[in-house]
Design a protein around this ligand. Structure first.
Ligand SMILES: Cc1ncc(COP(=O)(O)O)c(C=O)c1O
Length: 380
């Protein structure tokens, strides 16, 4: 049989490639975005308790109610924004499933979806599997600023959705209040849906404020927010996340959600709900990662890599243009093989593999690993 691929341009992701190379060469792996230290014992115990207390059958389709209540509380606390736990919050199998389901629920063949590059890699395949057309706006190192006139020029009657991501993976930049106001102005009086990927909302540095779409009334009315407990609670392997949106949008979301996953891991949801009763479990994350960022950057300050400190996420991009003019994918592979340190080349997230000579390093690692990594980077 000869089937034509629905995703002819998609191969193995760079994360799999770099992690496999890191294993093969026993390199320090700062490529894929996951912590190399344990998830909290208290949280693990709460999930175990949930299993022992009978939370072992299907969770409600929209998610465990205790968890939806505590999520709603978080939005009141941090943003003074109300999401109804019954109708406006749904627990998902990680942010990835939320993103896929949102796109599937709304994007029809030939609809246009605007994304900003470098872009997290799950957006474009989901758009294209649903017959949509990706309209890319390329941002550039080192500031990745958005030119809002350019965005306005790409909006048309075919624009169904705009996908944004702040704090931003892979660049470690954040959008300002002004960016959000520009987006609000641009979408006002349109039917455009905004998908706001806020998985790093609790990882913002230097006392900056995370600019959630829910802080802007008109934007909130057209937006889905996606979130990931894997990022917040250091257990990316659990794949639990959620999304929130006004009820008229969530109603459509759930029509698809109930058939592509129905409901997600129940004991993990209940354990997370109990854990989040203590707000410090998520409010302390900024300081936790800011210290790791500062440690890593202070140790490589004398190196030949140039950088602007990450403003959010647990990623730091480093510019290597003073070291070599090699293509970033080649340099990342050579660093892994020869110097035993793995990173992610940014060109893979860009339009036409644009190469700004920058690599992304994940600092969600133990201090020991960061010290070892810095020792290598200092001598390149
Ligand atoms: C920007 C962004 N969105 C979504 C995800 C996916 O989150 P999850 O692991 O909860 O599916 C990630 C994970 O790396 C991410 O960086």
């Amino acid at each position: 049989m000869n089937h034509q691929s629905k995703l002819p341009d998609v191969g193995t992701t760079i994360f799999t490639v770099m992690s496999a190379l890191a294993n093969e060469y026993s390199a320090i792996n700062l490529s894929q975005g996951f912590p190399n230290y344990p998830s909290s014992q208290k949280l693990n115990d709460l999930v175990t308790n949930a299993m022992n207390n009978g939370y072992n059958q299907y969770a409600p389709m929209a998610g465990n109610l205790d968890l939806r209540l505590v999520i709603a509380h978080k939005y009141e606390l941090l943003y003074k924004s109300t999401y109804h736990p019954e109708k406006e919050i749904t627990v998902t199998a990680g942010a990835t499933q939320a993103i896929y389901t949102i796109i599937s629920a709304f994007v029809r063949p030939n609809d246009e979806v605007i994304i900003f590059k470098p872009a997290y890699d799950c957006y474009q395949p989901a758009i294209e599997l649903n017959g949509g057309k990706t309209i890319s706006i390329q941002l550039s190192a080192p500031n990745y600023n958005v030119n809002w006139d350019e965005v306005a020029s790409k909006v048309s009657s075919k624009t169904k959705m705009i996908i944004i991501n702040t704090p931003h993976n892979p660049s470690g930049t954040i959008w300002s209040k002004d960016d959000m106001l520009q987006l609000q102005k641009l979408t006002k009086d349109t039917d455009i849906i905004v998908l706001s990927d806020e998985v790093y909302e609790h990882i913002v540095f230097d006392e900056a404020q995370h600019q959630s779409t829910c802080l802007f009334n008109d934007l909130k009315q057209r937006s889905f927010i996606t979130a990931s407990f894997g990022k917040t609670f250091h257990n990316t392997g659990w794949k639990i996340g959620y999304c929130c949106a006004p009820d008229y949008l969530m109603y459509e979301f759930r029509k698809v959600h109930q058939f592509n996953v129905f409901s997600v891991n129940h004991p993990a949801q209940k354990g997370i709900a109990d854990y989040m009763q203590d707000e410090s479990t998520y409010l302390g994350l900024n300081t936790f990662f800011e210290r790791k960022r500062d440690l890593f950057l202070s140790l490589i300050s004398e190196s030949r890599f140039k950088f602007q400190p990450s403003k959010g996420t647990y990623f730091q991009v480093l510019d290597y243009s003073e070291i070599t003019d090699e293509y970033d994918v080649d340099f990342a592979k050579r660093l892994t093989k020869e110097f035993k340190i793995a990173s992610i080349p940014l060109s893979v997230f860009n339009e036409n593999s644009k190469d700004d000579k920058v690599l992304r390093f994940c600092f969600a690692k133990t201090d020991d690993t960061l010290i070892q990594a810095a020792n290598v980077l200092k001598h390149i």
